[in-house]
Design a protein around this ligand. Structure first.
Ligand code: SGN
Ligand code: CA
Length: 524
């Protein structure tokens, strides 16, 4: 009897010790705070040192770069919202995870995702804010997401039980507060994986009331390519529908409106025409109007005087666009500040990998555009800034070619979980720790949408120096030498001095397509 008791007691003690060991090591595994925004171009993040960095500071995002790493050559695989998010969750290009376009059916939740793997691997997981994958999140202990694109003002969040609830306030602030609430109430015995995903600075670029006018006294530099005429590249460029000149919407984008006769007029409070304005409370409307009305009056006086040239009108639209866009970024930057402070105040900073990123880049007037989609640098680039004390050396500037297929394997390695073979990306942890000697030297790109903003399907490959783009429908190739032509204004595919490079880039394109098992082009 006695021996059996002793045997049992010893075993119980042993098991308890094991459980507590697993618990402690789980608690010591790093947390992952993934702060993600929508359409935030690297050119609007001051640590990327772009042309706007002197006039539009992002001090909190810059703090992550100062205390961690700013990845200088970070790209997406498909420059559009849902597909970028699906790639992040799966570590696979769009054709492999099935979410190739924003339109179409939702994300196939039956497949493997990094959220499911982390949850099964002992992490507390949550996603809050913009989701845009249509089907309900899986692999998250908690989620609270916007329907579709979500709204800036007094947004609706879908609750985990499927009901919807409207909250008064500004989307970026609410997403932050809900993230902090979740952190406060999470199961602290487990490490966490939190995706805090903002709507901003997506179109229709509606700033928080407190940020209206933030850039009024600032001289915003114009991009060199604001008046691009689309010569010397694919004929499809000229067919675009995303120009500040011709497609900037008077109501959505410019915050004025057009009447039935097509005249630009002041918006009337009851007939404003923009979805954001219509959602505002009376006091929000008042403050919005007291900012925009006098400025709109002044613009209309000038516009109607006939003294404004067409060029000046485009320049005015560009300034209005940038003032609103950069003002929405201000709230995102404040959100980053609040979240970093939360980590500081709760002794979590040391053991948390913090990442700031956005689903793709965006045109801030380059090539005359707003929006994204094209494989040109401004929308192909994705910000990627990471802090992980003790692992990432402060102020590091890795320049390897990284892509959103790499995020899922990175999270897995951080969590000490194994990376399934089917994943197409590679963990960035070795780059973060500066112990990687060999890395990829080209990236694959695909864009499958069938027409929004009149951007055609196109596919391509980018190396450190060159970029090849294939337009299968119009049967065109473009080749850019980024070293001599960083703004991508002249395709050199027909230039005899690039014959070798053109052939080599085509071979690389085919090699990558084979390696990633990409479908024949074009894709229905
Ligand atoms: C909306 C916008 C487009 C934008 C897409 C995709 N129009 O349709 O300008 O390209 O979203 O954006 S709007 O009139 O509704 O603002 S994405 O980030 O979701 O891919
Ligand atoms: Ca987006």
């Amino acid at each position: 009897m006695f021996t059996i008791y002793r045997f049992l007691i010893v075993h119980v003690i042993f098991l308890a010790a094991c459980v507590s060991l697993v618990r402690t090591s789980a608690a010591e595994r790093p947390n992952v705070l993934f702060i993600f925004s929508d359409d935030h171009a690297v050119n609007a993040i001051s640590s990327y040192e772009g042309p706007l960095s002197k006039v539009a500071a992002t001090p909190n995002i810059d703090r992550i770069a100062k205390e961690g790493a700013i990845f200088l050559n970070s790209f997406c695989g498909n420059s559009i919202c849902g597909p970028s998010r699906a790639t992040i969750l799966t570590g696979k290009h769009s054709h492999k995870n099935g979410f190739m376009r924003n339109s179409g059916k939702g994300f196939d939740q039956s497949q493997w995702t990094v959220a499911k793997a982390l949850q099964e691997g002992g992490y507390s997981t949550a996603v809050i804010g913009k989701w845009h994958l249509k089907t309900k999140p899986e692999g998250f202990d908690h989620w609270e997401i916007f329907p579709g694109q979500g709204s800036y003002y007094n947004p609706v969040f879908i609750q985990p039980d499927g009901t919807t609830k409207r909250f008064e306030g500004y989307a970026t602030d609410l997403t932050t507060e809900k993230s902090i609430d979740w952190l406060d109430n999470r199961d602290a015995s487990r490490p966490f994986f939190l995706m805090c995903q903002h709507k901003a600075p997506h179109r229709t670029f509606a700033p928080a009331i407190r940020h209206l006018g933030s850039f009024d006294d600032v001289e915003i530099p114009e991009p060199e390519t604001l008046f691009d005429n689309y010569a010397n590249r694919s004929a499809t460029l000229a067919g675009n529908e995303m120009e500040i000149d011709r497609h900037f919407d008077w109501a959505y984008d410019a915050k004025l409106r057009k009447n039935e006769r097509g005249d630009v007029i002041l918006p009337a409070p009851d007939r404003y025409g923009t979805p954001e304005y219509n959602r505002m409370t009376p006091s929000q409307k008042n403050e919005w109007d007291s900012y925009f009305s006098p400025r709109n009056q002044r613009f209309l006086e000038q516009f109607r005087s006939g003294k404004m040239t067409h060029r000046e009108l485009v320049q005015w639209k560009y300034r209005r666009y940038m003032r609103n866009y950069l003002s929405t970024v201000k709230a995102v930057d404040e959100s980053v500040g609040r979240l970093l402070k939360y980590l500081d105040d709760h002794d979590l900073a040391k053991n948390t990998l913090v990442i700031y990123s956005s689903d793709q880049g965006f045109y801030l007037g380059e090539h005359g555009w707003y929006d994204k989609r094209w494989m040109f640098e401004e929308s192909f680039r994705m910000p990627f800034i990471a802090r992980w004390p003790g692992k990432i050396a402060p102020a590091s500037r890795p320049d390897e070619l990284i892509q959103n297929i790499d995020y899922a394997p990175t999270f897995l390695e951080v969590a000490g979980l194994s990376i399934p073979d089917e994943i197409q990306g590679r963990s960035l942890v070795p780059l973060m720790e500066n112990r990687q000697s060999e890395w990829r030297d080209s990236l694959y790109y695909s864009y499958y949408e069938l027409g929004e903003h009149a951007v055609p399907q196109h596919f391509g490959v980018r190396t450190m120096r060159h970029k090849l783009i294939r337009f299968p429908v119009s049967d065109e190739w473009n080749l850019f030498d980024l070293q001599v032509d960083p703004h991508e204004m002249r395709s050199v595919h027909e230039d005899p001095s690039y014959r070798e490079t053109f052939a080599a880039m085509k071979r690389e394109f085919e090699r990558l397509r084979k390696a990633y098992d990409a479908p024949p082009l074009p894709v229905k």
